[in-house]
Design a protein around this ligand. Structure first.
Ligand code: UTP
Length: 414
C-alpha cells in the first residue's frame, strides 16, 4: 500500500491534483485501495485535454450536411411489408438476433433515487420501466419460440441496484440465463478549475462516459464475443427510457438486410423546426446526426415540395447493427462532449457540498457519432405515437405522465 500511495502522490503532483489525497487518512482500508487504484489508472493527460474542452464552445466540423433517405413504415406496400417481415422473422427464429438496452445514465432530470429502469411510471399495474421492456422480450419469445439474449448496460453507479432489482423480481419471468449485465466506462468529473472531484466517501467522483461508450464496453466486457458464440448476427441497441420502443421489430431487420447495409435506425418526424432533437442526415456523404444545437435556423426550417421538413427525421436512439461492424466501431475513438451537471462532492475543507445548480463537468461520447464510420444506413420512419414515449423529465414534456398516457393509449388500457 505504501508503494502505491507514493506512486499515486507523485502522479498527482505532476498533474496538480494533490487534493485527491487530502482525506486519505480518514478512509477505510477498502476505500484507500479503491482511491489509489483509481488514481493510478486515471489518464490525467486525457483529463487535461478534456479540461481544455470545457473552455471552448462546442465546435462543429465544417461539413456538407444533406438530408438522408428514409422509408416510411406506414407507407410500405403489402408486398414490402411481407418481404421485410419474412426476412426479419427468419433471423429472429434462427437465434441470430440480440437486444442491448442502455441503462447506464444518471437520470438526473428525472430525479429518481435508483436506476431509471426501476421507476414506476404510474400504470395501474405499477410495472417498472424494466418490466415494461421485459414484456416486449417475453412477447417476442412467445411469438418466435426463441430465447433472445438481452444485454443490459449499466454504470458502476447503478450496476448493483439494477442486478438486485432483476433478482428481486425473478427477471420478470424472462429466462435468467438470457439476461446479462455489463458495466460501461467512466470518467472523472472536474470542477470549472479542472480539479477532479471527490465523492462523499473520499474516492474519485466518476460518471458514466455516455451512450457512445456502449461499443467499447461491449468489447471490453466480452459481450461482442458472447454474441458471436451464440450465433448472433444482428443486434438492436436502444435506450432504457422509451417505454414504447420496439425491441424486436422484424420489419426493421428485414429492411436493413434487404438494403444490404450494416446498420439502421428508426426515426420519427420532428414536430417543428424548434424541437430540441437531433436529426439523421448525410454528413460529407456518410450517415450521421445533426444536433439541434448545430443545425442552422435556415436548415431547420427548410421544407420540401410536400411541405415536410427537409431535416425532419428525428433520431430516437433505436438502432440495429450487424455484428460485423460492432468490433470496428468499438475500435474507433469517438469525440467527447462536455455536460455541466450538478454533482455532490467533498470540498478542500472536508465539507460535503450539495449544489443547487450545475457545478461540475462530465464528459460523454454519443452513440450516433459512430455512424460516420459506416458507408450507409437504412432509416425507417415510424409513428411517434406507436414507438416513442420517452421518460426524461420529472414533470412536463417527456415525463412519466406523458409516457404513461402514450403507453395507455397505444395498448388501449383505458
Ligand atoms: P440521457 O442522457 O438522455 O438520459 O440518456 P439520462 O442519463 O438517463 O438522464 P439525465 O440526462 O441525467 O437526466 C439517454 C439514455 O442513454 C442511457 C441512459 O440510461 C438513457 O437510457 N445512457 C446515457 C447510458 O446508458 N449511459 C450514459 O453514459 C448516458
Amino acid at each position: 500500500m505504501e508503494e502505491k500511495y507514493l506512486a499515486a502522490k507523485q502522479k498527482l503532483e505532476r498533474y496538480h491534483q494533490e487534493h485527491l489525497l487530502n482525506y486519505f487518512d480518514k478512509l477505510s482500508e477498502e476505500e484507500k485501495i479503491e482511491l489509489l487504484d483509481d488514481i493510478l489508472t486515471i489518464d490525467f493527460n486525457q483529463m487535461e485535454e478534456l479540461y481544455e474542452l470545457t473552455k471552448k464552445e462546442e465546435s462543429f466540423k465544417n461539413s456538407k450536411i444533406e438530408p438522408i433517405a428514409y422509408v416510411e413504415k406506414a407507407k410500405l406496400s403489402k408486398e414490402e411489408r411481407q418481404k421485410y417481415t419474412q426476412i426479419g422473422e427468419d433471423i429472429i427464429r434462427a437465434g441470430k438476433y440480440a437486444v442491448v438496452t442502455m441503462a447506464g445514465g444518471q437520470g438526473t432530470r428525472l430525479g429518481h433515487d435508483g436506476p431509471k429502469g426501476t421507476f414506476d411510471i404510474g400504470l395501474k399495474s405499477h410495472k417498472s420501466i424494466f418490466e415494461i421492456l421485459c414484456d416486449k422480450m417475453k412477447e417476442a419469445r412467445d411469438t418466435y419460440h426463441v430465447d433472445i439474449p438481452w444485454y443490459i448496460m449499466t454504470s458502476e453507479e447503478n450496476n448493483e441496484d439494477t442486478i438486485h432489482f432483476f433478482e428481486d423480481h425473478q427477471y420478470f419471468g424472462y429466462p435468467k440465463e438470457c439476461v446479462s449485465f455489463f458495466v460501461q466506462g467512466k470518467l472523472p468529473m472536474i470542477d470549472p478549475e479542472g480539479k477532479v472531484l471527490l465523492t462523499e466517501k473520499g474516492t474519485v467522483k466518476q460518471a458514466a462516459d455516455g451512450h457512445g461508450g456502449v461499443f467499447e464496453s461491449m468489447r471490453r466486457n466480452g459481450i461482442i464475443y458472447d454474441m458471436l458464440s451464440r450465433g448472433v448476427e444482428w443486434t438492436f441497441i436502444g435506450l432504457v427510457d422509451n417505454v414504447l420502443a420496439k425491441l424486436v421489430d422484424p420489419i426493421l431487420i428485414g429492411l436493413t438486410i434487404d438494403r444490404k447495409v450494416l446498420a439502421s435506425g428508426t426515426s420519427i418526424v420532428k414536430r417543428d423546426p424548434t424541437e430540441r432533437v437531433g436529426v439523421y442526415c448525410k454528413r460529407d456523404g456518410k450517415p450521421g446526426v445533426v444536433e439541434y444545437t448545430e443545425i442552422t435556423k435556415e436548415m431547420s426550417e427548410a421544407r420540401d415540395e410536400n411541405g415536410e421538413l427537409y431535416f425532419g427525421e428525428a433520431n430516437m436512439l433505436c438502432n440495429l447493427f450487424s455484428i460485423k461492424v460492432l468490433d470496428d466501431i468499438a475500435n474507433n475513438k469517438l469525440p467527447y462532449h462536455k455536460a455541466f451537471k450538478k454533482a455532490k462532492y467533498i470540498d478542500s475543507k472536508g465539507n460535503l457540498i450539495v449544489p443547487e445548480k450545475p457545478n461540475a463537468y462530465k464528459f460523454e461520447t454519443f452513440l450516433f457519432d459512430a455512424f460516420e464510420s459506416l458507408d450507409d444506413m437504412a432509416i425507417l420512419r415510424v409513428k411517434r405515437e406507436e414507438e416513442f414515449a420517452p421518460v426524461k423529465n420529472a414533470e412536463g414534456s417527456d415525463s412519466p405522465e406523458t409516457a404513461r398516457k402514450l403507453y395507455e393509449d397505444y395498448y388501449h388500457l383505458n
